[in-house]
Design a protein around this ligand. Structure first.
Ligand code: SF4
Ligand code: SF4
Length: 363
């Protein structure tokens, strides 16, 4: 009996694995739905590298968009992460994506994406700290964007807060999470990169040790509401996956049609063979979703790390515990993005956290 078959004699693991297999493989891309945004957040990767300037507004972008959708359907794309720019400013395009692909969308929460017509859409709503920190980073110190987002998505089952935490802001985590939970939303964590070089509490070089510990504590406090698992939290904050260290040479979500990436694709490390990061001209691609030239040392993006774990199943076959960490990471990705064909059991998120907590902490 193979190691995998042996691990799958566990009924719960077998059930999770079967649900993923039934949903099928993900052939994903990312897309900037628009180059426009109604904010200018401090440390936004999109504007830090001038990605909005890569769009030729002299072309008919709506026609390009229609051609893009057709091409990607023919190419077999079945999942799109929608970023930008601010996707809620182009509900017409968002609706076309929603009607043709599985997808998720990252929004700043300022303009509510309506329920009608977008009923099952996974929505990651940005928050970057408590009301004061978030307003300072995203609202030029004046607008309480977190309050607006909470009101826009109160008790909205589609929405989870995509909470980006800076290294020196761990003390804010509990009160932010509590407000999200009391608002009827779940929370997925992201980690602040400080692309604007604010330094101090925002400097990622300080490490995310305290943030990691606090997120682990949130998992214990709110097990049904935290979408980040302890293993996932550990991989991102340590930048390690077995013998590998996070960075460009192992990054799995690089555009496979982008010449710059050729050497990476040939270095023997697994990658997502379908992936492309499309600019808002709906034609050109760039190195990766979150950058063109930025240092990969500054990259703590949750979606990229999900992919890193997901394509590395083989590394996790050494024991049942390791396989469980891989499988539950995989399952959370499918769960968050509503890719599973059947309704997940009530309490599944808490059950996964409990399973991981009962296992020894990985080295
Ligand atoms: S809302 Fe998003 S795209 Fe707009 S400036 Fe902020 S981080 Fe950048
Ligand atoms: S910035 Fe992140 S996603 Fe982009 S190539 Fe570097 S490691 Fe990969």
């Amino acid at each position: 009996m193979s190691a995998l078959s042996a691990y799958l004699t566990d009924p719960f693991l077998h059930d999770l694995y079967t649900q993923i297999r039934q949903a099928g493989p993900v052939r994903s891309i990312s897309l900037d739905l628009t180059h426009e945004c109604n904010l200018r957040c401090t440390g936004c990767y999109y504007f830090a590298e001038g990605m909005d300037a890569m769009v030729d507004t002299g072309t008919n972008l709506d026609q390009e968009f229609a051609r893009f959708v057709q091409r990607e359907k023919e190419r077999g794309t079945n999942f799109i992460t929608i970023v930008g720019g601010e996707p809620s400013l182009r509900l017409d395009r968002l609706k076309v994506i929603y009607d043709n692909f599985k997808m998720n969308v990252a929004t700043n929460g300022l303009v509510r994406i309506p329920y009608e017509g977008f009923e099952e859409m996974p929505l990651g709503v940005a928050v970057w700290g408590d009301h004061e920190t978030d307003a300072n980073l995203r609202g030029t110190g004046k607008r309480d964007l977190f309050r607006i987002a909470l009101a826009n998505y109160k008790d909205d089952a589609r929405a989870f807060f995509y909470y980006t935490v800076a290294p020196g802001k761990s003390a804010e985590i509990e009160k932010v999470v509590r407000q999200c939970v009391e608002n009827g939303n779940k929370v997925l964590f992201n980690y602040y990169c400080d692309l604007s070089h604010l330094g101090g509490a925002y400097d990622y070089h300080a490490g995310f040790g305290k943030v990691r510990a606090e997120i682990d504590r949130m998992i214990e406090l709110y097990p049904q509401h935290i979408l980040t698992t302890a293993y996932f939290n550990q991989v991102i904050t340590s930048g390690r996956l077995y013998d590998q260290r996070w960075g460009y040479e192992v990054c799995t979500n690089v555009s496979t049609n982008f010449p710059y990436n050729q050497q990476r694709l040939e270095n023997g490390n697994p990658y997502n063979p379908h992936f492309r990061a499309y600019n808002a001209d709906f034609n050109s691609t760039r190195r990766c979703c979150t950058g063109i030239h930025r240092s990969c040392d500054s990259c703590f993006d949750a979606w990229e790390h999900f992919s890193w774990i997901m394509v590395n199943m083989k590394k996790h076959l050494g024991s049942k515990e390791e396989f469980t960490r891989w499988l539950t990471s995989m399952y959370m990705f499918y769960y968050i993005n509503r890719l599973l064909l059947q309704q997940p059991e009530a309490g599944i998120v808490a059950r996964i956290h409990a399973l991981l907590q009962a296992m020894p902490t990985p080295a």
